[in-house]
Design a protein around this ligand. Structure first.
Ligand code: EPZ
Length: 419
């Protein structure tokens, strides 16, 4: 198992380039099922999650070619068949469930293992299933599996109880070749959904409003192959912005989209971080007198839950009292216990963390409990006095491409130890 060792205290400097967005690439790879033509996705982040969904697609007959030099993926779904994917693979990653919508759309039937919960919450799929049902699919859940079958998907109006990202994506992919029109209301508005909508429209779908709270889909007969360059990763970018703030450093972040970053920029600016746009880059200056703030995670365009652990780590180093409230997942403060091992003063009160900033964190042995918690602990290690050892770093590798090399290039004293 790998660990990351960080010796804190270095100022960071220079430039870092943001990779393509994991949470755009995963649904787009699933959407390749919808056409028997080849699809090409450029500049794919070669992350663990990408390999997991690639193996799942291969297990049901897709041919996948990943060029590790050009980061290009070619997906040929012509030989995909309606067969159950390997359950152990499916359970590895909740996003595996995103193949359900495309498979029902293409075959009118599909059965797969229910996705597991994970450390941050139970991660139910009721909204996905309600959407499929609204499109006339019969849903059967039992013995740890979910099975959907339908003669013909028929468009319908669907109002989501909660703007679920995955449910919005899965229903979109189920509706693209349904008979008639589907309208999804109270849809999730994350930029990754707009990117999926763009990909599907380039395949020949007829989708209006992806990325807004109301999405209109007019079913088409078939979809063809296409080539796509995914959007950049706003959460990776936000993570590096917090790195500048927590180390009180100033550096440049390249390949960013300021529109997607608005909620993150707003909160970091409120805390006193100076963020200067520079074309499709930003200069982030955290070497300032930072102030405590209150943060509440919300569906996009609110402050993203995937940035909650990172900003909690930052506020642990900012003198004064900050309150961070997590409204999206029911158990997403596990990083607090690990940060307290580093001297952070954090009290969890229901869905909120009350943070009293301390002058300096101290290095310790800590454990990554989930993807973003692990990233946040690396950030805390960069600022801490002494050495921090973060174990179970495989969580972080699911969402960040060689994170230690990117930080090393910025001047951090960081290394990966494989044992
Ligand atoms: C996506 O997960 C992201 N993953 C998550 O990123 C992200 O944290 C989340 O959206 C919220 O932004 C991918 O895109 C692959 P949801 P998803 O459905 O789709 C409840 C990361 O770190 N809910 O919007 O699973 C659910 O319990 C990962 O990159 C239902 O109740 O998130 C949760 O409380 C972590 N019923 C809330 O909605 C459902 O049917 C948000 O879930 C579905 C969801």
């Amino acid at each position: 198992m790998s660990k990351i060792i960080v010796r804190g205290g270095n100022k960071l400097h220079g430039e870092v380039k943001i990779s393509s967005a994991k949470n755009a690439v995963l649904p787009i790879m699933a959407a390749c099922i919808l056409s028997s033509d080849k699809c090409i996705i450029d500049d794919v982040p070669l992350l663990e999650d990408v390999f997991v969904i690639s193996n799942i697609l291969k297990s049901i007959g897709a041919e996948i070619n990943i060029d590790k030099n050009s980061n290009k993926i070619v997906i040929d779904s012509s030989n995909i068949r309606d067969s159950m994917p390997d359950s152990e693979l499916v359970k590895k990653m909740r996003a595996s469930f995103l193949i359900m919508g495309p498979m029902i759309s293409r075959f009118g039937h599909f059965k797969l293992s229910l996705p597991g919960g994970c450390n941050i919450g139970t991660r139910p799929i009721d909204l996905h299933l309600k959407g499929f049902n609204a499109l006339r699919a019969n849903i059967d859940v039992g013995h740890g599996y979910v099975e959907a079958s339908v003669d013909k998907l028929i468009g319908n109006n669907i109002y989501l109880d909660f703007p679920s990202v995955g449910a919005t994506e899965n229903i979109m992919m189920a509706a693209v070749m349904a008979e008639g029109e589907t309208i999804i209301e109270n849809a999730a508005e994350e930029p990754e959904i707009a990117d999926l909508g763009k990909f599907l429209n380039n395949m020949g779908a007829s989708i209006i409003g992806a990325g807004s709270d109301t999405i209109r889909i007019i079913g088409v007969k078939e979809l063809k192959g296409t080539t796509h360059n995914p959007i950049n990763d706003r959460i990776e970018c936000g993570t590096f912005m917090v790195a500048a703030a927590i180390t009180r450093s100033k550096f440049k972040i390249n390949r960013v989209n300021l529109e997607y970053l608005k909620p993150i920029i707003a909160k970091l600016t409120e805390a006193g971080v100076y963020i200067k746009p520079h074309g499709n880059s930003v200069i982030v200056d955290g070497n300032r007198d930072l102030k405590p703030i209150d943060v509440k995670t919300m569906p996009y365009p609110g402050f993203p839950t995937d940035m909650q652990s990172q900003i909690t780590g930052l506020l642990a180093t900012v003198t004064g009292t900050s309150i961070v409230t997590e409204t999206i997942f029911e158990n997403r403060f596990m990083h607090a216990a690990e940060m307290k091992r580093m001297g952070a003063n954090i009290k969890i009160d229901g869905r909120s963390a009350v943070i009293e900033g301390v002058p300096r964190l101290t290095g310790a042995e800590v454990r990554a409990t989930d993807l973003r918690a692990g990233a946040a602990l690396i950030l805390c290690g960069l600022a801490a006095e002494g050495e921090t050892e973060i174990s179970d770093i495989y969580h972080v590798d699911r969402g960040y491409v060689s994170i230690e090399n990117k930080f090393k290039a910025l001047g951090a004293d960081i290394a990966r130890v494989v044992n």
